[in-house]
Write a protein of this length. Structure first.
Length: 225
């Protein structure tokens, strides 16, 4: 197996609820190989999304270590951490989070513009190629409001890929879609994982989507089992 791209060791996370602290993650260990696809399943409130947020550097653990591509996340902060996130991690959420006033193409380019004031021809070519890959090359000038739910989620996947990230994190990426659109997005994610070697970690309640992954892990009471 390839060297682990993601290494999680002894990670704990608690949140305060009134006068009490609730432990959401309780000593989580996880290794994900480069190019692997992993689904994390389990009941609501078991800690799945919290773990994904920690992997995405959107939050920090109370204890334990998270290493992505050899970089210890706790050793980075501020602009350095933001740059690492932008260049190495792509996000796909249950809600597409597209900016309604921007066109499809402009939405796709948002992560690239976080690194530069303008994008070059290579990035524009990649955006066009990815939109063609997902069957939306003819919609690049339209606003998100003109697209179906499945089309908006495909745009969100392309946006996540534009900076050539090593890791894609997806939180219920098909949860808000009808059955046909969900199957389409599930197929797209697995094909991109295999074609481009992108490491994929996703949280889902969908048995169909989970079954497409290389591994399925279950989270119960803040632990992977």
């Amino acid at each position: 197996m390839n060297q682990g791209l993601v290494e999680v060791r002894g990670v704990c996370k608690s949140f305060r609820a009134g006068d009490h602290k609730v432990r959401v993650l309780d000593g989580v260990d996880l290794t994900v190989a480069a190019g692997e696809s992993v689904a994390i399943v389990g009941p609501s409130g078991s800690g799945k999304s919290t773990l994904l947020n920690l992997l995405g550097t959107l939050d920090t653990p109370d204890q334990g270590t998270l290493v992505i591509d050899g970089r210890n996340l706790s050793m980075m902060a501020g602009d350095e951490l933001a740059k690492f996130r932008n260049q190495n991690i792509g996000f796909v959420f249950q809600s597409h989070h597209l900016l309604p006033h921007l066109s499809v193409l402009e939405n796709v380019l948002v992560p690239a513009l976080a690194q530069a004031s303008q994008v070059g021809p290579e990035v524009l070519e990649r955006a066009g190629s990815l939109l063609k890959r997902v069957g939306l090359e003819h919609r690049e000038g339209q606003l998100p409001g003109r697209l179906s739910g499945g089309e908006r989620q495909r745009v969100a996947v392309v946006r996540a890929l534009i900076n050539r990230p090593r890791l894609i994190l997806a939180d219920e990426p098909t949860g808000a879609l009808d059955r046909a659109s969900a199957a389409e997005v599930a197929r797209l994610l697995t094909e991109l994982n295999r074609e481009q070697g992108i490491t994929l970690v996703l949280v889902t309640h969908s048995d169909e989507l989970a079954g497409r992954m290389d591994r399925v892990l279950s989270m119960e009471d803040g632990r992977l089992v």
